[in-house]
Design a protein around this ligand. Sequence first.
Ligand SMILES: Nc1ncnc2c1ncn2[C@@H]1O[C@H](COP(=O)(O)OP(=O)(O)OP(=O)(O)O)[C@@H](O)[C@H]1O
Length: 227
Amino acid sequence: MFTSEPVVVIQSAFIYQNERIVLNDVNFSINKGEFVFLIGRTGSGKSSLLKTLYADLWLQQGKAKVAGFTIETMKAAERPFLRRKIGVVFQDFQLFMDRNVQENLMWVLEATGWTDSARMKARVAEVLMQVGMSTSRDKMPHQLSGGEQQRVVIARALLNEPQILFADEPTGNLDPEVSGQIIELFHEINKAGTAILMATHDFDMIRKFPARILKCENGYVKEQPQV
Ligand SMILES: Nc1ncnc2c1ncn2[C@@H]1O[C@H](COP(=O)(O)OP(=O)(O)OP(=O)(O)O)[C@@H](O)[C@H]1O
């Protein structure tokens, strides 16, 4: 069903780590297909905000809706359903090191309810093609460079055709040239219709790929003019 509802809406949200407020009165929305950078100093709350949106940190006060799911009332048992509509990419690659690329991706499909082995293999081939890793299907993660591992992680995040990718410093462990290629890949994915919210410290990337910017600063999230 076609709907023009934003993929993320967060309203009057207060984000806590333990008893401490990290972000106050957060209000913004992200439309389908939008690309948004999330910037701010270390400790300013970027990861806490992303964790709230992918339901890894309980939203105690305020409201959020992500890919049609209500976050503030979400029970642990409902999280897997949300996770099928979103993708998450971290700085550290988090692949199973004892499984090859295909097995890493098949594991996710199994965990998210796929059963037809031929369709699963076809989907794995599709996402590996999308990230330029078709020839690495049978390789072990240690046989891949950091940039290649991150491509596999991005492929993994794409398996269930997410409406949005949440990326937390996805180039944090990569050198500048490889980082540029990874950001370019995120842009291609975005052009194909997936919204992206990416936390980054990398101002070169922001200059190179201008997009909407949200900034965490002094306990608030503010819309920032584009550079
Ligand atoms: N699990 C946790 N328990 C308690 N406090 C935490 C936890 N995680 C983060 N914090 C605190 O919450 C605040 C916001 O941290 P957060 O990781 O969201 O910031 P960040 O902007 O993502 O930083 P970085 O750029 O270093 O990743 C910091 O003061 C941090 O110390």
